[in-house]
Design a protein around this ligand. Structure first.
Ligand SMILES: [Zn+2]
Length: 271
């Protein structure tokens, strides 16, 4: 399927799944690897009605090339593309369960509680505090673009990105699925996060499968998690050839960082 058709297909899928209402949601895709030209869904159009011909083309600054009007949240998409040359598609929607968490004081999907989700999404789905649309929202998102592959935009919705439209859509789908599970688990006392020792080998598997950069950046992610979070992942070895330094929590002796690092190295050797 051509990229234009894929963008339109993802847009209609967002509507079919009930993940956007009215004119909510938007999809963009990088026209070619490494290029700063994009395809995008048009503004003020229900995602139900987006066909191949409605998809517009944008330049590096998000200005329309040719016909059509771009949506106001394009700066959020560009924030991702500018920081992630590996990303080929960004999807934004308001799926009800994840959006409910985005509008709540606690984020039960911040720490992983299902193993498969760590491999697909990395060590965290952070909730970025609410920021006004425009430059404040872009500035709030920007520091996260290199750390994770999906975020909850505070009091707003979900944004996910990936190498292509399929991967970005699957990540958004998984965030909504996790949110539904977490909300169901809340009635039972809330989901119990995976132990740190279990997360480390999963991050190693993610790095090995080249599924994202988050495995490289677990330490930074941990540092940015809200202070109210109970014991986030505290350390992770970098993926092979990663320029990111490994930082431990400090203290003498064989600290947790060292243990996690050893586990990852062992997992990589095994594979
Ligand atoms: Zn939105």
């Amino acid at each position: 399927m051509k990229l234009r058709a894929q963008v339109a297909d993802v847009a209609r899928h967002l509507h079919q799944r009930g993940w956007c209402a009215n004119h909510d949601g938007n999809v963009t895709a990088r026209l070619e690897p490494g290029a700063s030209r994009y395809l995008a869904t048009p503004t003020a159009t229900s995602k139900r009605l987006v066909g191949d011909r409605d998809v517009i083309e944008l330049d590096a600054k998000g200005q329309v090339v040719g016909q059509g009007r771009v949506f106001g949240e394009i700066n959020l998409h560009l924030a991702v593309y500018e920081r992630r040359p590996d990303v080929g598609c960004v999807v934004h929607a308001h799926p009800p369960s994840a959006t409910a968490i985005s509008a709540s004081r606690t984020n039960p999907i911040e720490r992983p509680f299902i193993a498969e989700a760590v491999v697909s999404l990395g060590p965290s789905v952070p909730r970025i505090p609410y920021a006004q649309p425009g430059e404040p929202a872009r500035a709030a998102l920007a520091p996260w673009c290199e750390l994770v592959d999906a975020v909850l935009l505070g009091n707003h919705g979900v944004m996910a990105w990936g190498a292509d439209p399929e991967q970005a859509l699957l990540r958004l789908e998984l965030v909504e699925h996790l949110a539904r599970i977490a909300i169901a688990a809340t009635a039972l006392g809330g989901p119990e996060p995976l132990p740190d020792a279990a997360v480390a080998p999963l991050l190693a598997a993610r790095a090995k499968a080249n599924l994202g950069r988050a495995a490289d950046r677990a330490v930074e992610i941990a540092a940015r998690l809200t202070p109210t979070s109970p014991a986030p992942v505290v350390a992770c070895a970098p993926a092979p050839h990663s320029p990111v330094p490994t930082i431990g929590p400090g203290g003498g002796g064989r600290d947790l960082a060292a243990i996690v690092r050893e586990e990852i190295v062992a997992a990589l050797r095994k594979g």
